[in-house]
Design a protein around this ligand. Sequence first.
Ligand SMILES: [Zn+2]
Length: 121
Amino acid sequence: MLSVYSFKEGLKESKLLGCVCSECDNMMLPPRMICNKCGSTTLTEHCFDGKGVIKTMTVVRVPLTRFQELSPYMVGIIKLDEGPMITGMILGEIDEVKIGDRVEAVYLDEGEGKVLAFKTV
Ligand SMILES: [Zn+2]
């Protein structure tokens, strides 16, 4: 069964796991139980390629404890080429990364799991 849980499991394997609606082809990330466009429950797993564009971003100067050593770092909303938008950390020099830059997903080790981040390409 697809859920936000499967998204986290996907990250562990360096996969961006979402789903696609069999009725209306709507793509969702993270995966949902019900299509957020047409309400269908006929959804199939879909692995996103993780390429997209920075839509908006901000610099985090007061980080979560677990990201202390990365501080300051950037967080942004990425519009994937395949449609959905997703939030993630953005790697790179703060003065060099800007809205509109092309990025691709990278997966940072964090304990037993992985954190989704993006780097400019
Ligand atoms: Zn649908």
